[in-house]
Design a protein. Structure first.
Length: 293
């Protein structure tokens, strides 16, 4: 994998502070394993590290294990606005302290709903003040699947939007939203490209409420196999090839997984009809609904 290609990859760190992901059987990373992951990422030329106030003690751990000098662009996210705008600002400043950084590349509102509520304008103005102070080079929003993505882009004109899109979840692409946001000059980062590992789970390993998606997922995996592409390679190739996106954020639970991601991203791109591989199953495309399904 060339360093130019690796630079488009971002390392998500939810697993550094939380037991996160339906296909994550390892749980939270140990401090030692997290440090090895960071070393592998730095050596490969991975471009950014993505974290959040909500990710347990991930920011504090990163502050202890980030290489010095830090080669990564740092992106973090706000605390919930329900705590109050002053508390959000205080937590954003604390994020930098925890990370051992005087500034970071971006601060993102944790979800679109925080901006669209009663305190949304005050919250955005506070983020603009932090940007003007030089603490964050960019401000934006980490939008959720059910947010009004284009509405957020038009109303707040963020520098950056982190958006959920994947081989399975192509709604923002097929609807033209991703392209329209990028055309407005907004930097786009893709996340949830593995949809919490849904593409990797065997049919008998699906959450009970997703049984209805099983036949379609099996057909998608069979199509990939017939094209000589494994699911990891296909998911990465799909996301990295999107011209709208300047970064693709992936989460791993070990250094071995990161090495596998780097190897899969370096493999020749499979010849696939990407649009034909999209999943049309409302519950399966929304991990927040899996437990209740």
């Amino acid at each position: 994998m060339t360093r130019r290609a690796a630079a488009k990859l971002g390392l998500g760190t939810a697993q550094f502070g939380l037991d996160y992901g339906v296909s994550n059987s390892r749980g939270r990373l140990s401090d030692g394993e997290a440090a090895t992951v960071m070393q592998v990422a730095a050596m490969a030329g991975v471009g950014l590290v993505d974290t959040a106030a909500d990710y347990g003690d991930a920011e504090s751990l990163l502050g202890r294990i980030l290489p010095r000098p830090n080669p990564f662009r740092l992106v973090t996210k706000t605390a919930p606005v329900s705590l109050g705008v002053d508390a959000v600002e205080a937590r954003a400043r604390a994020s930098l302290q925890k990370l051992g950084a005087s500034s970071a590349d971006a601060l993102l509102v944790r979800c679109g709903a925080d901006l669209l509520g009663a305190d949304g304008t005050a919250l955005w103005n506070r983020l603009k003040r932090l940007k003007d102070e030089g603490l964050f080079a960019k401000i934006g929003v980490a939008a959720q699947a059910d947010d009004d993505h284009l509405g957020l882009a038009c109303r707040f004109k963020p520098d950056l939007m982190q958006l959920p899109a994947s081989l399975l979840d192509q709604r923002l692409i097929q609807g033209g939203v991703l392209g329209e946001i990028a055309a407005r000059g907004i930097e786009v980062h893709l996340r949830s490209i593995f949809l919490q590992g849904l593409l990797f789970l065997p049919r008998d390993g699906l959450p009970a409420g997703l049984a209805g998606a099983g036949p379609r997922l099996s057909r998608i995996r069979r199509t990939l196999a017939e094209a000589g592409a494994d699911p990891l390679q296909a998911a990465l190739t799909f996301a990295l090839s999107r011209p709208e996106a300047s970064a693709v954020v992936v989460g791993v639970t070990s250094a071995a997984e990161l090495r596998a991601v780097l190897a899969a991203a370096a493999a020749p791109a499979p010849d696939l009809d990407w649009g034909a591989l999209a999943l049309d199953h409302a519950v399966a495309l929304d991990p927040e609904r899996w437990a209740a399904a």
